[in-house]
Design a protein around this ligand. Sequence first.
Ligand code: MN
Length: 496
Amino acid sequence: MKINVLDTTLRDGEQTPGVSLTSNEKLRIAKKLDEIGVDIIEAGSAITSEGEKEAIRQITHQGLNAEISSFARSLKGDIDSCIDCDVDCVNLVVSTSDIHIKYKLNSSRDEVIENMVSNIEYAKDHGLIVELSAEDATRTDFEYLKKVFQTALDTGADRLCPCDTVGVLTPEKSYDFYNKLSFLDGPLSAHCHNDYGLAVANTLEAIRGGATIIHGTINGIGERAGNASLEEIVVALNNLYEGKYTTDIKINQLYNASKLVSRTTGVYLQPNKAIVGENVFAHESGIHADGVIKNASTYESITPELLGRHRKFVVGKHTGTKGLKNRLKELGIDVDKEQLREIFKQVKDFSDKGKCLTDVDLQAISDKVLEKDMKQKVNLEEVTVVSGNNVTPTASVKLKTGDSEILESSTGLGPVDAAYNAVKKCLNEFSDVELEEFHVDAITGGADALIDVITKVSLGDKVISSRGTDSDIIIASVESYLTGVNRLLEENDEDL
Ligand code: MN
């Protein structure tokens, strides 16, 4: 059975505390959602602001395949804003629980229905598809909820969504709840929130109970603890239900979409986040890594290929010699048995000091063991940064490669950003190295703390992490960046 996917990253997801997207950012995400095969994109809430209206209008005018929807309260003004944006559909939200009716609306059950009827009629008269969402439906008197939904269908609503607004369903209750509503002659949507970490489980049970549309957000972002995570639902339906349910989502694009959303919203993921977290295909422990090298299905039920991702072996305290040898091979380092044993010993010593081992640390250790000394291809000669109050952070950087010197300057959002931009400009002259990630730690407490910066840089499909440590955050950042760049260039044997 085909399950339709409504993505609400741009509406419920944007209601994540601290998240506010520009219209260009919204457009970029909408295009990606369309590309991955989302059926319905809830692009925002048109009444919110002029900027929001403009953003939704831009999205509706892109000619995307997905149906474009806007949130609207049961108010004519809200629906008018949606009409102004040329959306296909309104997500018309009516509060149905007594708590909401009494405290939020100061209204009555009968009034809520009367008002809903006139607004469904209004929206239908203007050619809109209407998804009628009952807000706080899971804490609503069930007989009343049935009456609301029946009336909505009789008035012309196209789809019904009983929202688990405060996330109080359990999987068992979710199945029963949807099952008892499945007599209704209209498609049902599942809209679950993650207050108890059950949003995905509740959504899957809603489908078994009779829902045919799921609401989700990329990375599960949303109000409070968030919404049901779209990627988790889609992959679970694909892998765990014996082909009973399908979606049109291109699963191998989900990781890309996740990256785009976390970068754009600034809401970064825990590394162990299911499906899209950084550690999902990483193996450190010796026993696991050994098993996976022999046959990946020993410790993986999802293949990295399904998600368009790569398996990686992380070197650390729990690494065995086989995992280590594999990682060295990936880094292009050939070792014999004796050398492997020595590198292994030094890796353990390093990890015992409580430090996290980056690729560059591993390479430094191997270099030492293999007595190969690395000549840096790019050296930092000078870095100057100006920053402060009412000043645009500006950096100038001088790099030396061979006999030539490159001097560039740049501005940035902050001093580190400015310095990175300046380095990047220098590098642009001879390489396509990209900065992927940047992480700062203060090793010791206090204002005189040593700063540890770990960066990830990439060249083509090679990614490498490297570290810089200094009491000056700018120097630590630039050095960490350049160490990674040097290693990448070394590996690619790029002549400068
Ligand atoms: Mn919601």
